[in-house]
Design a binder for this molecule. Structure first.
Ligand SMILES: Nc1ncnc2c1ncn2[C@@H]1O[C@H](COP(=O)(O)OP(=O)(O)O)[C@@H](O)[C@H]1O
Ligand SMILES: [Mg+2]
Length: 279
């Protein structure tokens, strides 16, 4: 049964007409920004209280040799289901539904903080600073040379909201946590987006959030993971099975048990542990 028919009332997010208002130009797959009018019809003016979403039609997916099963849209939905089942609010609500270019994933838009304003004196959650100049409250991930040839440090905030996302990435086996995929919402929540290449069976964790590697995971998060691991073989597993393979669900269970039994942030294990470009 689709999410649109499971009693979500008349929230236009689930079935309202999507009007495409823009394309995210840096995206490698087709990623569209859409709006839905308040009564489910196409939004007529910016003053309407509509719903803004990201829409990635399955048809716009570039095939990936190492993710041959299912769809990237399905992996985004499965990742959201994991975040929700944990009781975490890391991933904005994400569903599979129809859109103007056919079925795809639709995700609620996050209004996020803009730190790089003209007055700009705050760093983003993940940012670049001059080499070695790591500010208080940040952790260094690596040193590199930027586009202009200057030596820089890649840093991320030492922020529990971001660390929860890093723990989720370990569970999801996220192969693409770039800096631009961590958004600081105006509502004070830190959100993660772009989970199309998650949940593979083989270790593929590729992230900019290595600042906590080898450090203990908060007990509160482990309590949630413990409950998740117990509940996974039931209805959560059933809903995941609509989007990922049984082997991938088993691998998720194994990663969850491993974190529960040894609650430490993993060290990099692959040859390319940091996505590039990093943003
Ligand atoms: N739900 C969202 N809310 C706000 N901004 C988003 C959302 N999803 C994506 N974006 C923005 O769009 C950019 C591209 O989206 P992303 O999901 O990374 O697409 P792709 O899979 O094509 O890389 C992100 O880096 C982010 O800035
Ligand atoms: Mg992306």
């Amino acid at each position: 049964m689709s999410e649109a028919t499971t009693g979500r009332g008349c929230d236009p997010f689930y079935a309202g007409d999507l009007a495409v208002i823009g394309r995210v130009s840096t995206a490698s797959n087709l990623t569209l920004v859409c709006e839905i009018g308040p009564d489910g019809t196409v939004r007529e003016s910016a003053s309407d209280a509509g719903v803004r979403v990201v829409y990635k039609p399955v048809r716009g997916e570039r095939p990936l040799w190492d993710f041959p099963d299912g769809t990237l849209a399905g992996r985004e939905v499965a990742s959201y289901l994991v975040s929700r089942a944990l009781g975490w609010t890391v991933i904005p609500e994400t569903i599979l539904r129809e859109g103007p270019l056919g079925p795809g994933m639709v995700q609620r838009w996050v209004e996020s903080v803009d730190n790089h304003t003209e007055r700009g004196d705050r760093l983003d959650l993940v940012d670049l600073v001059p080499a070695g100049a790591v500010p208080e409250g940040f952790r260094e991930v690596l040193r590199a040379v930027d586009g202009a040839g200057a030596e820089v440090s890649l840093v991320h905030a030492d922020d529990p909201r971001l660390q929860r996302m890093a723990v989720l990435d370990v569970l999801l086996n996220n192969a693409d946590r770039k800096g631009g995929h961590a958004l600081e919402g105006l509502d004070g929540t830190v959100y993660g987006v772009d989970h199309g290449i998650c949940l593979h069976t083989e270790p593929k964790l590729r992230t900019v959030l290595w600042g906590w590697a080898g450090e203990p995971v908060e007990q509160e998060l482990i309590t949630d993971i413990t409950a998740f691991v117990e509940a996974l073989p039931g209805t959560i597993g059933d809903s995941l099975a609509e989007h990922i393979t049984d082997e991938e669900i088993d691998a998720l269970l194994t990663r969850g048990r491993r974190l529960r039994d040894d609650p430490v942030m993993p060290l990099p294990r692959t040859s390319r542990p940091i996505p590039w470009p990093a943003f």
